[in-house]
Ligand binder design. Structure first.
Ligand code: HEM
Length: 300
C-alpha cells in the first residue's frame, strides 16, 4: 500500500473514526444514473417531503426485531454501487425476457446479502405516500445514511436523485465484488477500478465496525467448532454500534475477515499507524473535505 493508506489508517484511528461510515456513504452516493441534474439532498423536498421520515420509521421498526438491519442495509448500498454505479440494480430479480440476470445470486450476495424485505417495506410505505416518485437506488442510499445515524454514527444528508436501472448490464462486475479472501493487491485493484484509492479502501472497510459474518469467511474459518453459516460479530467489542473499535481489533491482528487484516499485511504498514495513533494533525473537517472531493469522482 502507498503512503496514502498509512495516512488514512492513522486518521481513522484518531479523531476521525466515527466518520468512517459517513465517508462510505459519501463515496457511494454519487450514482451514475441521475435525472440529469446534479444529485441533491433536497431532491424530494417538493415531490415527496416526508421521504426521510418514512425511511427512518421503517428502519427503526425493523431494527427492534433485528439489531443487525442497519449493517445489512449499508452493505446492500455498497454492493449496489459497486456494480455499474448506485442504480438499484441489486434489487432486480431474474427476468431473462427483459435481460435481467439478478445480482442477488452472485457469490458475494447469495445467502449473504440481506435486508431486502426492509427495502420492500420502505418502498411500499413510500409508494403509499407519494406513488412513483422515489427511486429504489435512492431508497438504498437513504437507508444507508439513516442506518449510520441509528447505529450511533454521524448524521449525513446523502445526495439524491438517482434513476433506477431496468436491466443488469454488468453481471461480470457483480461477480467481481470483493472477496474476503482477496489478497491486498486484488482489493486495491478492484477499488482502483472504481476510482477509489488506498485511503478510500481503508476508510470504507471501516464499515465492518458493525454487523455479522458467517464463520467460513473469517480468519479462523469456523475452527471453534461452529457449523458453516454460524454468525459472528464483525466487531467483537460493540457489535451493533458504529464506532472506532474495529480499528483497534485490526491493529491487534484480530479483525474477523482476512480481507480486513490483509490491509496490514505489508510489513511497511505495521508501524506507522501505531506511531501516529497518539494524535493526528488531520482535523475532522480536513478529512471530510478531502473525501468529498475525492469521492465525488466516483460514478459521475
Ligand atoms: C473491501 C472489500 C470488502 C470485502 C471483501 C467484504 C466482505 C464482507 C463479508 C465476507 C461479509 C460477511 C458476509 C456474510 O457473512 O454473509 C461482510 C459483511 C459486511 N460488510 Fe463487507 N466487505 C468489503 C467492503 C465493505 C464495504 C465497503 C462496506 C460498506 C460500505 C461493507 C459493509 C459490510 C457490512 C455492514 C457487513 C455486515 C452485514 C450484515 O451484518 O448483514 N463491506 N463483508
Amino acid at each position: 500500500m502507498a503512503a496514502s493508506s498509512r495516512f488514512s489508517l492513522a486518521a481513522a484511528r484518531c479523531s476521525l473514526r466515527l466518520l468512517t461510515a459517513a465517508l462510505v456513504l459519501l463515496a457511494l452516493s454519487h450514482g451514475a444514473h441521475s435525472h440529469g441534474a446534479a444529485l441533491s439532498s433536497s431532491f424530494y423536498d417538493g415531490s415527496c417531503p416526508g421521504t426521510r421520515d418514512i425511511v427512518r420509521r421503517v428502519i427503526q421498526d425493523a431494527r427492534v426485531a433485528d439489531a443487525r438491519i442497519p449493517a445489512s442495509l449499508i452493505r446492500l448500498h455498497f454492493h449496489d454501487c459497486f456494480v455499474n454505479g448506485c442504480d438499484g440494480s441489486l434489487l432486480l430479480n431474474d427476468d431473462l425476457r427483459v435481460g435481467i440476470t439478478t445480482e442477488k445470486n452472485v457469490l458475494a450476495n447469495n445467502r449473504s446479502a440481506r435486508g431486502f424485505n426492509v427495502v420492500d417495506d420502505i418502498k411500499r410505505a413510500l409508494e403509499n405516500a407519494c406513488p412513483g416518485i422515489v427511486s429504489c437506488a435512492d431508497i438504498l442510499a437513504l437507508a444507508a445514511e439513516i442506518s449510520v445515524e441509528l447505529a450511533g454514527g454521524p448524521s449525513w444528508s446523502v445526495p439524491l436523485g438517482r434513476r433506477d436501472a431496468t436491466t443488469t448490464t454488468n453481471i461480470e462486475s457483480a461477480n467481481n465484488l470483493p472477496s474476503p479472501f482477496d489478497p491486498l493487491k486484488t482489493l486495491q485493484e478492484k477499488f482502483r477500478n472504481l476510482g477509489l484509492d488506498d485511503t478510500d479502501l481503508v476508510a470504507l472497510q471501516g464499515a465492518h465496525t458493525f454487523g455479522r459474518t458467517q464463520c467460513q469467511f473469517t480468519q479462523r474459518n469456523c475452527t471453534a467448532g461452529q457449523r458453516a453459516g454460524a454468525l459472528l460479530n464483525l466487531d467483537g467489542v460493540t457489535p451493533d454500534v458504529l464506532d472506532n473499535k474495529y480499528y483497534g481489533s485490526l491493529l491487534q491482528g484480530r479483525a474477523q475477515l482476512p480481507s480486513d487484516q490483509v490491509m496490514l499485511s505489508d510489513p511497511s504498514q505495521r508501524q506507522p499507524p501505531r506511531r501516529s495513533s497518539a494524535g493526528s494533525p488531520v482535523t475532522r473537517m480536513t478529512f471530510l473535505e478531502t473525501s468529498r472531493r475525492r469521492w465525488s469522482r466516483w460514478g459521475t
